[in-house]
Design a protein around this ligand. Sequence first.
Ligand SMILES: Nc1nc2c(c(=O)[nH]1)N[C@H]1C(S)=C(S)[C@@H](COP(=O)(O)O)O[C@H]1N2
Ligand SMILES: [Mo]
Length: 331
Amino acid sequence: MSESEPPRFEVTKAGTVRDIPLRPHEVGERITPADRVFTLAHFGLGRIAAADWFLSIEGQVERPLRLTLAELGQFPRVAIEAVHQCAGNPLQPDIPTRRVAAVVWGGVRLADVLEAARPAAGGKFVWADGADGGEFGGSACAFFRKDLPLERVGEDVLLATEMNGRALADRHGAPVRLVVPGFYGTNSVKWLWRITLADRRANGPFTTRFYNDTLADGQVSPVWALGPESIIVTPAPGTRIAGATGITGWAWADRPIVSVEIGDDGGEGWEEATVESRHARTWQLWRHVWRPRATGPLVLRCRARDSAGVAQPETGRRNAWHAAELFVASV
Ligand SMILES: Nc1nc2c(c(=O)[nH]1)N[C@H]1C(S)=C(S)[C@@H](COP(=O)(O)O)O[C@H]1N2
Ligand SMILES: [Mo]
């Protein structure tokens, strides 16, 4: 590893930041306004002056590179609409938090930039370093470091400089962040300054100690691809409904969602909602008309399934079924 220093990072807010302005029933807009998108940061917030920024490309490449912002701007620009979701607190990885938004990222393709550095045969994983570091959950690191398989890069991984057509805000990682569409937000490293191509997964607490799920069969699975998830957006919790009522929400996963079902607590079976087909990498609207059978409290639940047949789990996972508690005034 080279010992290069990051660009100057001016800390503007210290400590873990969890700013979640919207609850699930408040993310009704197809594209979340940038000023309503959640902000998560393990070590606080900061800023890098555009003139100070650079990206270093190192490791298993034939031609290591160091790019300024102007040089990055020479690569073809792309935009991609994608769901953006936090995996939740890494100390409580099984608890659903529904910190989710959908935005249009603008930037350049990491694949194009990596190609300029000529990847060597041994490169299998991309390590990404943010300029922020410190202590989290009893582990310390110099830089927030994540990784992803090199084979994923060709799809649509971005070096993003824009959110919803405007320059990235400092809190979202300006001037340049990584964006891995279809992966949990933790993988989209903010204040990006170094990319290392390596033959193995990255060291550091955020790829070893945190963000690794132990599955039922004992296998360890990195928190990369978004699991299938659906949420009820309307009606809002607590709404009194009368008779047949339209229910709407979003569903998403790394793969397209092919089915969303709605059920109540009575366990009288699930009803199939209508789900729109997927555009780009973003969430899919679903809708269903629910006909209540009895007056009184009603708990509606939804569950999604993706194109590989993977189902949203009932409990015990970050993407467990979502519920809305309503009240039926009349049937
Ligand atoms: N450099 C850096 N990048 C980071 C983080 C961080 O703490 N430092 N947090 C990650 C997590 S956990 C999430 S959910 C997303 C949140 O991105 P946002 O704040 O722009 O919505 O950033 C990711 N990228
Ligand atoms: Mo997160």
